[in-house]
Design a protein around this ligand. Sequence first.
Ligand SMILES: Cc1cc2nc3c(=O)[nH]c(=O)nc-3n(C[C@H](O)[C@H](O)[C@H](O)COP(=O)(O)O)c2cc1C
Length: 202
Amino acid sequence: MKILIIKYLPSASKSNTAQLLNHFKQGVKTYTIEEVDLIKNPPPFFNEASMDAYKSRNFGGQKLDSVQSVAISPMDKLTIQFKSADLIVMAFPMHNFSLPGIIKTYFDAIMQKEQVFRYEGSKSVGLMTNKKFLALYTCMGGYSGEYGYMDNVRSLLKIELDFMGFKEYEIINATTGRIDTRDVYISGAKENITKVLSRWRI
Ligand SMILES: Cc1cc2nc3c(=O)[nH]c(=O)nc-3n(C[C@H](O)[C@H](O)[C@H](O)COP(=O)(O)O)c2cc1C
């Protein structure tokens, strides 16, 4: 089994979220882990050349010319790496009620038609059905009950993972805003990570 970790942890050594990721890594005994730090290797945005390439190849079924190939190559490399993993683990903080922009940019780079999803008639079909996904994130607030709708990390991830066809995924979160409860929430999240590792026999 190959595990791919995609992380965006701008608080670095002071990161709450890193505690969850470290707990995951300590729990994994035998598998190969490849780790991508998006701060050191940021994913590309679409520009005119890569957008042309994406539309004409992935939607138009056309061959790329050399300019288009170069333009889309960084996105293709990320997509190949994403698809090569059996388990993808993402770790990041909530920013402004959603995924930090760099994580969204990563998804925009890898969510390529014909690679992670395709259309059959007017219906979309996810192609990541035999893969697992684990998201680890922390946020200051607690978004339960009537406030649940404000957590766009969970809702957007669910939409994207379902769209790509993931059948087994977990989204684990800890609330860090209050100093008196932070450790309790982080410990709870670590217990949940341990349970997932055990259930997935990792
Ligand atoms: C730019 C920025 C935006 C944030 N937006 C939110 C938010 O919308 N909701 C929330 O609950 N916490 C928000 N937070 C708080 C962080 O998500 C929280 O402190 C988290 O635990 C930080 O994780 P880290 O220590 O790994 O960086 C924000 C923090 C920053 C720096």
